[in-house]
Design a protein around this ligand. Structure first.
Ligand SMILES: *Cc1c(COP(=O)(O)O)cnc(C)c1O
Length: 424
């Protein structure tokens, strides 16, 4: 690899997915395309999204309530399109996945089914520095069961002086708490460091001690290869507005392993959209769940959000997830290379990358711990058209995403930082 414009442009010319960038609205800064590196926070808008939503607005205008059955895409069955699309992205069978509701709500609903503490078995293992909403969900679930979060929630931390959590420490915690462990619940990809957890062996370790394993894949879905079914993961949830580009507050999704979808012993909070479709509208008394992940749905579908979700997932389908992963790795490895080169060009190291380097331990996000002038550099980056993300106390998160970022974006980013460092 080379830290030159020519080299970056050559990689862009060779990129099989290069034409996809033109299918997105790129935010403008000072009349120019921004360097948009926050697809891990809010993915960009596909240009077709507006058309997909307009179809539904038009049908609603023309048909009113009749749209449920007579719209171009009848609303009662609108969500049926998602299992086929999402199952390829999360690696499962269509009946194990459903697009519904919102992430934190789904996390609660899944914990209703999979966190059923007893006197003996009541602990949850999670990662230290889990996303705040997840921490609040875990704590409030524990409180809801009349337990003490300080005793029930076990956080696995990085070791002293380290930033990512060692796999062996997660496994050791699972074994240590063994019989008292109810649930292992991690972010599949940590939002802060970009570390990818080895979900397959963590799940196996949880099952070995008799606990369930579930994952919040907000930063995993659409970013890393997932094989939830084969890994025997019990459940997972995610949002669609980050890497899945489905719009702010977009419709979320859940996965429930086939082993559990017909298990009537599992409690759940039920709603009419989870009820057997054949007699849903008979408005009968007794809840009779659909024998798939759909049985966890509560409310009728958010059609406008789902239209945006569908528009975006069609792009994933067209690009193919394998191609996206291949480019993602190349792009992120190029960013690693550029950052290493910047460090070498300075008198001493200024950027410490805390994201692991191995391909199976990272997605596209790179978290840069700024050893000096962090906030100042971040502010200046923003002024120069770089849309990145700042996390206190001194981390800049950058996520070059394969659908719309270019190798030149990554090179330009490095140039801007280099120039800022030389201007002190
Ligand atoms: C983005 C994110 C959330 C946000 O939750 P919402 O319910 O969609 O607001 C929650 N958890 C994690 C891990 C996230 O990355």
């Amino acid at each position: 690899m080379e830290n030159t414009l020519q080299f970056a442009q050559q990689l862009d010319r060779q990129d099989k997915l290069k034409h996809f960038r033109g299918r997105f609205h790129i935010p403008q800064v000072g009349g120019k395309d921004a360097f948009y590196f926050t697809g891990n926070s809010l993915g960009l808008q596909p240009k077709v999204t507006r058309d997909f939503i307009n179809i539904e607005l038009e049908d609603w205008a023309q048909l009113g309530v009749e749209g449920h059955v007579h719209a171009t895409n009848p609303w009662v069955e609108y969500h049926d399109v998602f299992p086929a699309l999402l199952s390829k992205i999360v690696g499962c069978e269509p009946e194990e996945v459903v697009a519904m509701s919102q992430l934190t709500i789904n996390l609660h609903l899944l914990m209703v089914s999979f966190y059923r503490p007893t006197k003996e078995r009541f602990k949850i293992i999670c990662e230290a520095k889990a996303f705040p909403s997840d921490q609040y969900a875990f704590e409030s679930q524990v409180n809801f069961h009349g337990l003490n979060p300080k005793e029930a929630i076990i956080e696995v931390e990085p070791r002293e002086g380290e930033y990512v959590i060692r796999h062996e420490d997660i496994i050791a915690a699972i074994e240590e708490h063994g019989d008292s462990l109810a649930l292992v619940l991690l972010g599949g990809v940590n939002y802060y460091t970009g570390q990818v957890f080895d979900m397959k062996s963590i799940t196996a370790a949880a099952h070995k001690v008799g606990a369930y394993a579930g994952y919040d894949l907000a930063h995993g879905v659409g970013n890393i290869p997932l094989h939830l079914h084969d890994w025997q993961v019990d459940f997972a949830c995610w949002c669609s507005y980050k890497y899945l580009n489905s719009g702010p507050g977009g419709v979320a999704g859940i996965f429930i392993h086939k082993n559990h979808i017909t298990n009537k012993e599992l409690p759940r909070f039920a709603g009419w959209w989870g009820h057997n479709k054949a007699n849903r509208f008979k408005m009968d008394k007794e809840f009779n769940p659909i024998p798939t992940a759909e049985g966890w749905q509560l409310s009728n579908s958010s059609i406008l959000l789902m239209a945006a979700h569908k528009a975006s997932l069609h792009i994933f389908e067209e690009a193919s997830f394998e191609n996206l992963i291949a480019k993602s790795r190349q792009l992120t490895n190029y960013l690693f290379f550029i950052l290493d080169d910047i460090n070498v060009s300075q008198e001493h190291k200024v950027i410490q990358v805390i994201t692991p380097r191995a391909d199976n331990e990272k997605g596209c996000q790179v978290s840069m711990l700024m050893l000096e002038r962090g906030k100042e550099i971040f502010t200046e980056l923003k002024r120069q058209g770089v849309i990145a993300d700042w996390r206190e106390p001194n981390v800049i998160r950058i996520a070059p995403t394969p659908l719309y970022n270019t190798f030149e974006d990554v090179w330009q980013f490095g140039e801007i930082i280099k120039k800022l460092l030389s201007e002190k």
